[in-house]
Design a protein around this ligand. Structure first.
Ligand code: BDP
Length: 668
């Protein structure tokens, strides 16, 4: 069997009893997306059930006269059906109806139908109504034109090589995989836009990007590009990129006219400005809103949107300064601008105030911004969570983020309520993930990391799904329905994020990683550097004081969250060191001192990895050998790496505190 299509690598189910439905497929529309829906049903039927489905084209009026209906599957566009990519699937008297107001819904419904078969579910009496909650469900690729991927852990880019744009079979496979879980927007190039990538908006790349846009469009996906704010200087030869300068505005307007003419299916742009050396409006004493709005005006005639990232902070900080706090940065820059952004601007906000650590509080911008379109940005590329060498299923983390009560109102105040648009009645909003794919044959390096890609899409579509449900779905589609396999794989996935958290940096402090590559332990690696990422450990305690006595960051939250974070006693313990400097002898709710908690959790984390390996070992004969070996190798490495983490962290704190482990274990 060919496993190169991740969860769409269909296994044969010769004994599946409800093959008959798939003999005939009745369809009305001829558009590209409906054709993809037809293709997907036929392909699924052929590969899973060994059936060649007959396609019957129908006039548009069918369905109103039920007497004409014959056994089979109907893809039925119905203006009264679920809209916004939603669909309804139901079975009645030997007929399966997939109905939707738009072709996208038919496509998502078709993938769902195949998923039901993959999972060996009965189709008889099936009744499903699904409407995606988030309007935008995006992947952000940090791919460079030379083929490298910033924070990529699964090979090279499949979008670019040697400054060329690649459009081929892998583009199609990618579009199928992404659409199968409901992704509807993809940014293909790195937010750090190099000189070469700046040219993506010019004629030079027009033909290939147009083709890529077409491949995506057939699967209901819009193509987006990352933009260089200094393009008027770099491409246009202007002396400035000042968003208020007339020549700059005119340059962008002319350029956008050309770009959208070249790539008609383009959705718009993602912009990283004034961050980590990227150019932006601050250079000209302009606000982030002035910068974003200027671009928004240029793309507006073409229905384009500008997704403007809030990851703006000073990355040349002085570590001696205890008052300046990187965590405050996005809030301080963007909060005063609430309401100033045009309707076709969306602010993209990282889930936490720092940068994709294993544990962070939710960004205080969620709930505070009430007059601004917002996208939640998460990272499925495991930059700080084991780089796809460690198994770390992140959907439980995303669930916590989505479920966080911002307290912006009494009810309906969670992050999920805000980014879906429900809370403040907005349309341009949703979720984005920094992607974890590459040219590796299994797409994600670690085979189990595909669960993060799958899971992100499914969660963005349907945030009410539980992390376990998603793990199970992914597992059944990927490995089949064998109960032992499903049980073990789901258990591994569900244990993995807590395990990673236990053996790495404690209680929300983050950052004890090797600088630059962000892999493996280095407790003081960033401690005396310029990035604003400190733990402030000394011989008495550890943690960053972010209450009123410190940086005041806790006060950026709405009440009662501000008060809860303000006091060590009420602060959730998993975030204790994020918000407070705490003595090693401080008693936690578990009855353990902080130092003992650090020791214990690090020993436990390694034990969890051993358990994970044991669970995987039990699947030797039950999952494909090739996958078994690949994962096993990575897990052995994970164990070594977790030991390294445990020993470095525990030794560091033992040497700082001189307090011995109560259990007398070896600490170096
Ligand atoms: C950090 C990455 C860096 C990215 C940056 C960003 O280390 O490579 O460019 O985020 O999000 O996590 O822009």
């Amino acid at each position: 069997m060919d496993y190169s299509l991740a969860w769409l690598s269909y296994r044969r189910l010769p004994f599946y009893e409800e093959k008959e439905y798939f003999q005939k497929l009745y369809v009305q529309g001829e558009d590209g997306i409906t054709s993809s829906a037809v293709y997907e049903i036929c392909r699924g039927a052929e590969e899973i059930l060994g059936i060649r489905t007959e396609i019957v084209r129908l006039p548009v009026s069918v369905g109103n006269e039920k007497s004409e209906v014959k056994e089979g599957i109907y893809l039925f566009l119905d203006s009264n059906g679920p809209s916004g990519g939603g669909y309804r699937i139901f079975e009645e008297k030997g007929v399966i109806w997939i109905t939707a107001a738009e072709p996208e819904g038919l496509l998502y419904g078709s993938f769902e139908l195949i998923r039901q078969v993959q999972r060996e579910r009965t189709l008889k009496g099936l009744e499903l109504l699904r409407i995606p909650e988030n309007p935008l469900r995006m992947l952000n690729h940090w791919d460079n034109l030379d083929g490298s991927i910033e924070r990529g852990y699964s090979g090279k880019s499949f979008f670019f090589r040697d400054n060329e744009v690649l459009v081929g079979k892998r583009t199609e496979d990618y579009a199928r995989l992404a659409a199968s879980v409901g992704i509807n927007g993809v940014v293909i190039n790195n937010v750090n836009v190099t000189e070469r990538a700046t040219k993506l908006i010019t004629c030079e790349y027009a033909i290939s990007l147009k083709r890529m846009g077409e491949v995506f469009s057939k699967y209901g996906i819009r193509l987006y590009l990352s933009l260089n704010f200094a393009a008027p200087i770099e491409l246009g030869g202007l002396a400035t990129a000042d968003p208020e300068a007339m020549e700059v505005r005119e340059w962008w307007q002319a350029q956008m006219k050309e770009t959208f003419r070249n790539i008609p299916s383009l959705g718009g742009f993602l912009v990283k400005a004034d961050s980590e050396g990227r150019p932006g409006p601050f250079t000209y004493d302009r606000t982030q809103a002035q910068g974003a709005n200027m671009l928004a005006e240029a793309v507006k005639p073409y229905g384009g949107i500008i997704i403007w990232r809030c990851f703006v902070y000073n990355c040349t900080q002085d570590w001696r300064d205890q008052k300046t706090d990187r965590a405050r940065s996005a809030y301080d820059y963007f909060m005063p601008l609430d309401g100033d952004f045009h309707e076709n601007v969306i602010l993209q906000i990282k889930n936490g105030p720092m940068d994709f650590q294993v544990r962070e509080p939710v960004s205080p911008l969620f709930g505070a911004l009430s007059k601004t379109n917002q996208i939640l940005e998460v990272q499925i590329a495991q930059e700080y969570t084991g780089q796809q060498k460690h198994v770390c299923y992140l959907i439980p983390q995303f669930k916590e983020i989505l479920g966080f009560h911002t307290r912006c109102r009494e009810e309906g105040d969670t992050v999920a309520d805000i980014i879906s648009g429900r809370c403040f009645s907005r349309r341009n909003c949703g979720m984005a993930a920094v992607a974890n794919t590459g040219s590796d044959s299994n797409w994600t390096g670690h085979d189990l990391a595909a669960a993060n890609w799958y899971g992100f899409g499914r969660l963005a579509f349907e945030p009410s799904l539980s992390a376990e449900d998603i793990a199970r779905e992914w597992c059944e589609c990927t490995f089949g329905t064998n109960a032992q396999v499903v049980h073990a794989v789901c258990k591994i996935l569900m244990m993995s994020w807590p395990a990673y958290e236990k053996y790495t940096s404690p209680l929300g402090i983050g950052w004890m990683v090797n600088p630059n590559n962000h892999y493996g332990p280095s407790v003081d690696g960033y401690e005396y550097d310029r990035w604003g990422t400190y733990h402030r450990a000394d011989h008495l305690g550890i943690g960053v004081e972010r209450g009123k006595a410190g940086t005041g960051f806790a006060q950026t939250y709405l009440e009662p969250n501000a008060s809860i974070y303000e006091e060590a006693e009420t602060c959730p313990e998993e975030l204790l060191l994020f918000f407070h400097y705490i003595p090693y002898t401080y008693m936690l709710k578990s009855g353990k001192t902080l130092i003992q908690h650090i020791y214990d959790s690090h020993f436990e984390g390694v034990e969890d990895v051993e358990k994970i390996i044991g669970l995987w070992e039990g699947l030797r004969e039950l999952v494909p050998g090739e996958i078994f070996d690949r994962v096993k190798l990575r897990m052995e490495h994970q164990l070594e790496s977790s030991l390294e983490w445990r020993d470095q962290i525990n030794s560091y704190f033992y040497r700082k505190s001189f307090i011995a482990d109560e259990k007398g274990r070896t600490i170096y």
